[in-house]
Design a binder for this molecule. Structure first.
Ligand code: URA
Length: 246
């Protein structure tokens, strides 16, 4: 958002007044005086000082949820509880939505935000955001499976997956335990990848998405706002343009 628009919205005065404030060198962003009112800013990851007073009110919310099984990744659903239903009324925002999708029986890390731009950037295929999943499958995972994942699984029908890293943690007769790192987000991708090597996923949990790791102190169904370190780590996905039009 433009700096002058943001300050006006945050009650620092009329657009004319905040422009005068900026031009009289009373606004600093990350320690530097700014004199261009059209500069684009993102208060979640920048320190904005107006006459040495820090802009407090975050424009957007960013939550990490430990999604439990049985809840659907949707904003609304006629029959099932949705991930948005798990957010307390005081934390609800217009436009709050889940970034990407986990199946109803998948648990783990889900980011929720009302910043559509950030969610969009994180899901762009060419950004190749890495997602780590913990997986339990029936059957014994082998070195041949690891190589097949590394080479790129091909689904029945010809759709190909990018190279993925399978780390086998334990492989016994009845089941195997592994981590899988993928950089795509195809529909039911992990389950379909394992089916392609003849194994059925019996448990699936997302542990990370890009630089954000699931906070293991969150019980299933709990959420918390991203902290400053996490927001800073997401910086490459925030779109901050030099100049914005009004
Ligand atoms: N892949 C799947 O198959 N399911 C999920 O929920 C996420 C990734």
């Amino acid at each position: 958002m433009r700096l002058d628009k943001l300050l006006e919205q945050e009650n620092f005065g009329s657009r004319r007044h905040v422009r005068a404030l900026i031009r009289s060198k009373q606004v600093r962003i990350d320690g530097k005086i700014v004199i261009d009112e059209s500069q684009s800013v993102e208060p979640a990851i920048q320190e904005i000082l107006v006459k040495d007073q820090r802009l407090q009110e975050p424009l957007h919310v960013y939550y990490m949820l430990n999604k439990p099984q049985g809840v659907v990744t949707a904003v609304r659903d006629a029959t099932h509880t949705t991930v948005i239903d798990l957010i307390a009324p005081k934390d609800q925002r217009k436009g709050l939505y889940p970034v990407g999708r986990l199946d109803r029986d998948t648990e783990g890390l889900l980011l929720l935000t009302d910043n559509g731009q950030l969610g969009y950037q994180l899901l762009l295929p060419h950004k190749k955001v890495l997602k780590r999943y913990e997986v339990i499958v029936n059957g014994v995972l082998t070195e041949a499976d690891r190589l097949a994942f590394a080479q790129g699984i091909v689904f029945v029908g010809g759709e190909t997956c990018k190279s993925a890293e399978l780390q086998i943690l334990a492989a016994k007769a009845g089941h195997s335990h592994a981590y899988l790192d993928i950089t795509e987000g195809k529909f039911h991708q992990v389950k379909k990848m394992f089916l392609s090597v003849g194994k059925k996923v019996t448990y699936l949990k997302r542990l990370s998405m890009g630089p954000i790791q699931l906070d293991e102190t969150l019980e299933a169904g709990q959420y918390r706002p991203l902290n400053t370190t996490e927001l800073q780590a997401l910086k490459p996905y925030f779109t901050i343009h030099k100049k914005e039009r009004v």
